[in-house]
Design a protein around this ligand. Structure first.
Ligand SMILES: [Fe+2]
Length: 228
């Protein structure tokens, strides 16, 4: 994973959109990440879908890389950090220790998502678990708020947005950020997390408006206007 990124000034904040799917708020040194879905392969294997169980390792390594690159004062994980409520319980001890190490060094806020709203053993992790958080005029939550107070700019996750780029007449899908007038939806960061095409009706329900996509291509980050 390289540190290909794109800087934009939005709502009077300098935001850095990283190719990995994290977002860094320069002004407050806050690193945002969403939908890690740690424990997804363990959960799938338990349910008879036999897939290689290496996603926890990869996702944690990638997060550590982003932390050492951006050196944040705080990390906010925007929900669905864990794939299911038993994911801390079933997590390999070494990965649990890696997370504990991170939360000892840096302030961590775990926003509660729909996958991890009754997380067992959450206290083992360190950090603070919150439904949502407002800092200055920034609001952090898992699922985009329908009628947000106009004084806030909101960051959320949940939808795992992706879109396609046409290359040589073929469609290649990439994860993307979705930016509206007062919101930004982050892509999923987890190694085994897929995406939801922004053209699907679920995004139309969010709001009928012009948005901007920041598409995380392999070698470059592309900005594109889009109407939901
Ligand atoms: Fe979610």
């Amino acid at each position: 994973m390289t540190h290909l990124n794109l800087k934009k000034r939005i709502f009077d904040f300098n935001l850095i959109f990283d190719r990995s799917g994290v977002l860094f708020i320069e002004d407050t040194k806050t690193l945002l990440v969403s939908d890690l879905h740690l424990g997804k392969s363990i959960s799938m294997n338990k349910n008879g879908n036999l897939i290689p169980p290496y996603d926890n390792m990869e996702t944690i390594i990638n997060l550590k890389k982003m932390i050492s690159y951006y050196k944040p004062n705080q990390v906010i994980s925007l929900g669905d950090t864990f794939h299911e409520n038993s994911s801390v319980q079933t997590m390999e001890k070494n990965f649990l220790n890696e997370i504990k190490c991170m939360t000892k060094k840096i302030k961590f806020v775990w926003i509660i998502g729909n996958h991890d709203n009754s997380l067992i053993n959450s206290k083992k992790l360190g950090g603070n678990f919150l439904e949502n958080l407002s800092q200055d005029n920034l609001f952090f939550t898992h699922i985009k708020t329908k009628n947000l107070n106009k004084k806030y700019f909101e960051f959320s996750g949940h939808y795992h947005p992706k879109t396609f780029l046409k290359i040589n007449n073929s469609r290649y899908y990439y994860k993307c950020f979705v930016i509206g007038q007062n919101f930004c939806i982050l892509p999923s960061f987890g190694y085994y997390t897929g995406g939801t095409d922004v053209k699907l009706s679920i995004f139309k329900e969010i709001k009928n408006q012009n948005i901007q996509l920041i598409i995380l291509g392999k070698r470059k980050i592309i900005q594109q206007k889009y109407t939901l």
